[in-house]
Ligand binder design. Structure first.
Ligand SMILES: CC(=O)SCCNC(=O)CCNC(=O)[C@H](O)C(C)(C)COP(=O)(O)OP(=O)(O)OC[C@H]1O[C@@H](n2cnc3c(N)ncnc32)[C@H](O)[C@@H]1OP(=O)(O)O
Ligand SMILES: N[C@@H](CCO)C(=O)O
Length: 376
């Protein structure tokens, strides 16, 4: 196992330009997966802030959501398609200041430096359609290997929202002794029927794009960007509340119809086109499908005798933080975690936005994090 600042050739197939110097890459070797398949030579990309204390007791793991990456804070620039997705959470004056050693890992199956479907398989060609099915448990198993390499036996805190919240809770279930405090935002103990249904719809939008080519599109002139953009449009509606969309866009028209045959383009359509196109330019469609299916696998209680039994061995502090207007991960899912594990704290984020509130209400998330780190 080794750590490097240059991406190993095996990870560099999907958009070579997306591998900046400040990101580090660790090889964690072969990973046996829940499916019974295995991934040889797994690489994880990660970024760090601060220093690990001599006692190794100040490490904080920040877990990103579906289309996030290891770039939690910082500018967009070479290698970083977007600015940090949780601005103000790490750095001087932020809750995660120099007292902490913060790590964010691009998830296994992702497309920002970690092994994913766009990486090279052992034959040198992209995995594409051959990439194995992943589960949230596989992703956490990979992250535990990275922690081993860095000499982190126990996280001071693990925090994440949505898919990052799934991994946070899975850390608690699969490595209870390695987590001090866990903060899971806008998530639940399992993927619901509705979440799986929305995922299916999005994955079908990708797979039915004529340019999908069964998933082996990397050396084609075009990929399934249109399908991915449709998937993002569908997802983005679920990430926002009905009331927010109504108040922001109502029935306003962005572009007037051209001629008698024309139809108006509603402002909300323009907004969804924007988000669909933006994601299609920065994200790999195969990764999107692989990660969506990993989210579908999420079920803390699976083969563990239920959620309560899965959380029983954890003696640390667990905080769950739903967004009150979240229709995709409704607050009842957090309440179920509280009911399953006595002592779990509930901190509700108030937002008009909906699910994306865990990203947009950064002040509330910062306050929550500050309180929890203080021990309140
Ligand atoms: C800070 C970042 O942007 S992180 C980007 C990387 N993203 C991730 O890592 C995933 C997490 N992030 C996300 O999912 C989303 O980007 C969120 C949650 C941060 C967006 O939330 P908000 O801040 O509420 O943004 P909002 O939904 O209002 O969208 C703003 C965008 O829509 C555009 N927009 C707004 N109205 C319209 C319209 N009628 N027509 C077209 N575009 C529109 C804005 O110009 C803006 O564009 P930009 O993002 O390219 O600057
Ligand atoms: N908008 C976020 C939320 C997903 O839960 C993302 O794209 O990662």
């Amino acid at each position: 196992m080794s750590v490097t600042t240059t991406p190993p050739a095996s990870t560099a197939l999907w958009r070579d330009g997306d591998h900046p110097g400040e990101r580090r890459f660790v090889s964690i070797g072969r990973l046996e997966l829940e499916s019974g398949e295995s991934l040889p030579d797994v690489v994880l990309a990660y970024e760090t802030w601060g220093r690990l204390s001599p006692e190794r007791d100040n490490a904080v793991l920040v877990e990103h959501a579906l289309t996030g990456d290891s770039h939690v804070v910082g500018e967009a620039g070479p290698g970083h398609p977007t600015a940090g997705w949780w601005p103000g959470l790490i750095g001087q004056g932020a809750p995660l200041d120099d007292d902490y050693f913060v790590i964010a890992i691009n998830v296994l199956g992702g497309c920002q430096g970690s092994t994913g479907p766009g990486s090279a398989a052992p034959d040198g060609r992209p995995w594409g359609s051959r990439f194995p099915r992943l589960t949230i448990r596989d992703q956490v198993a990979a992250e535990a290997r990275l922690a081993d390499v860095l000499g982190i036996e126990r996280w001071h805190t693990v925090i994440g929202g949505s898919m990052g919240g799934m991994r946070t809770l899975e850390w608690v279930a699969s490595h209870p002794e390695r987590v001090g405090t866990a903060i899971a935002l806008a998530t639940g103990g399992y993927a619901t029927a509705e979440q799986i249904g929305w995922s299916q719809t999005q994955i079908l939008a990708i797979r039915n794009d004529p340019w999908f080519a069964g998933g082996d599109y990397y050396d084609h002139p075009q990929g399934p960007e249109a399908g991915l953009a449709i998937a993002r449009r569908i997802a983005h509606i679920t990430y926002r509340s009905e009331l927010e969309l109504h108040e922001r866009f109502d029935r306003r028209v962005q572009d007037e119809p051209a001629g008698p045959e024309g139809r108006p383009r509603y402002t909300v359509e323009s907004y969804l086109d924007h988000h669909g196109g933006k994601l299609a330019r920065r994200f790999d469609a195969n990764s999107y499908a692989v990660l969506s299916e990993a989210m579908n696998s999420h079920d803390l209680g699976r083969d563990r005798g239920g959620m309560s039994a899965a959380l029983q061995a954890f003696t640390g502090r667990l905080v769950v933080a739903p967004v009150d207007s979240d229709r995709l991960y409704p607050p009842r899912l957090s309440h179920e975690v509280v009911a399953a594990r006595p002592g779990t704290q509930l901190r509700t984020i108030s937002s008009a936005v909906g699910h994306d509130g865990f990203l947009t209400e950064v002040d509330q998330v910062a306050e929550l994090l500050r309180d929890v780190l203080r021990g309140d």
